[in-house]
Design a protein around this ligand. Structure first.
Ligand code: CTP
Length: 415
């Protein structure tokens, strides 16, 4: 999203620097528009360094690009934190003495004000009336937190924690699922369905995969604003609209498609049910019945492990999606529980996340509901989700979003 972060002149302006970090780490482009008084608390270089964009206060800077109108029009979200009593009063009156005032008058996107002021100012009838007026116009005014204020006084008026403001702001954006926001603009490769291993020109070895989980993942990723490259094996449901679809049949074709499509992607999700074995020889012509009533004996060989190959390519430093997600269908047995088998497979495959499907106890393929446990290589607790495939898809993508954000963070993993 394109976000404008307005900052007005209160002591809590320093907290907006943290809010800005949350926004940029989630992959949003943020232009900071402080008021002149805000710069008395936190200077322009801080905002410019943290946002990576120039900062202007005055309407008369950058007049040639009509910045005062363009910023508000282009924004998907405007957040003002802290919003002082004076800023709230000016906004309610429709005044635009500076660039932030102009942005607030031209914005057609959700506008979120997070007030911070002394309790008396918050309770003053003028402020009450202004807040009510703004809310009646559809502006989201976040309730200030209760607690210790700048002086010895305490009461409502504190700026809420940046993470709370960010959650409130995301809640104001229609259709925005906060956990999936980091996926916006990312390229995600999703494999789905089953593979078919040819035996002769008319026969194959296949499996019962429906492709439903892959479709649910693609739809959720598209809704979150990701670009999806969908590599479809054999499916019993339609491929998702809005994705770029590549059709494949055999594991070899799947491998080639993954190498081509995932090289410049942000993430690879291997939801396809890939054959582990294939006929060692493919007959060039149809295998015929023989007069003696005998049947051919099939000799099988292992297929390439696509997931493992992708991880090896990435780990060797060649172009490959930095985040790789595998799936595993496991049953508990005498040696270990399904969870333990899943954890061992996560280590063996070397992927970042492994989506574990416990298929013991008569649970079968092709159903609309499922129970998945998302295992993370970074040590995050396993997360269990039971419900529709759409709900499972959301859980997988939320875990993926978290890994993407961690990778992007300037300090790198481990913060
Ligand atoms: N996979 C793959 N290439 C294969 C086989 C599987 O990329 N040739 C991927 C699947 O898409 C899935 C994961 O690997 O993401 C499943 O791992 P796999 O080891 O095949 O699971 P199982 O079939 O359950 O294996 P095992 O019998 O070893 O438990």
């Amino acid at each position: 999203m394109e976000v404008v972060l307005g900052v007005s002149g209160g002591i809590a302006a320093y907290k907006a620097a943290h809010l800005l970090r949350l926004m940029t780490e989630a992959g949003h482009g943020v232009t900071v528009v402080p008021t002149a008084n805000a710069l008395r608390f936190v200077g322009a270089p801080t905002w410019e360094a943290l946002s990576g964009r120039p900062v202007a206060v005055d309407t008369f800077e950058g007049v040639d690009e009509v910045r005062h109108v363009r910023l508000g029009r282009r924004a998907d979200l405007v957040v003002v934190a802290p919003a002082t009593a004076d800023l709230i009063a000016r906004t309610a009156a429709g005044l635009a003495p500076d660039l932030l005032g102009n942005v607030l008058l031209t914005a057609t996107c959700p506008v979120v004000l997070s007030p911070a002021m002394h309790t008396e100012m918050w309770h003053h009838p003028a402020t009450r009336a202004n807040v009510e007026l703004l809310r009646s116009r559809g502006v989201h005014v976040v309730e200030p937190a209760v607690g210790r204020l700048t002086g010895a006084d305490s009461g409502p008026g504190r700026l809420p924690e940046p993470a709370e403001i960010w959650q409130a702001a995301l809640g104001a954006v229609p259709g925005e699922d906060p956990a999936l926001v980091p996926l916006r603009g990312r390229t995600v490769v999703i494999t789905a369905g089953g593979t078919r291993e040819p035996l002769d020109p008319v026969r194959f070895l296949g499996n019962r995969s429906s492709g439903k989980q892959g479709v649910a993942l693609a739809e959720a990723a598209l809704t979150a604003g990701a670009r999806v490259r969908f590599i479809a094996g054999t499916m019993s449901v339609p491929v998702p609209t809005g994705a770029e679809t590549i059709h494949v049949e055999s594991t070899q074709e799947l491998l080639e498609a993954v190498l081509a499509q995932a090289a410049d992607a942000d993430a690879l999700i291997m939801a396809a049910a890939v054959a582990d074995f294939r006929p060692a020889e493919v007959a060039a012509t149809k295998i015929k019945k023989t007069e003696d009533g005998g049947a051919p004996v099939l000799s099988l060989e292992r297929t390439p492990d696509v997931l493992r190959t992708a991880v090896e390519i990435r780990d060797a430093g060649y172009p490959m999606a930095p985040v790789i997600v595998g799936f595993a269908a496991e049953t508990g047995d005498a040696q270990a529980t399904a969870l333990q088998h899943g954890q061992a497979k996560l280590r063996r495959k070397g992927c970042d996340l492994l989506v574990l499907n416990d298929v013991g106890g008569g649970r079968v393929f092709g159903q609309d509901t499922t129970e998945v446990t998302v295992l993370s290589a970074d040590g995050a607790e396993p997360a269990v989700t039971a419900g529709t495939k759409a709900e499972a898809a959301r859980a997988v993508l939320a875990a993926l979003a978290r890994v993407l954000v961690r990778r992007d963070a300037p300090e790198g993993p481990g913060r």
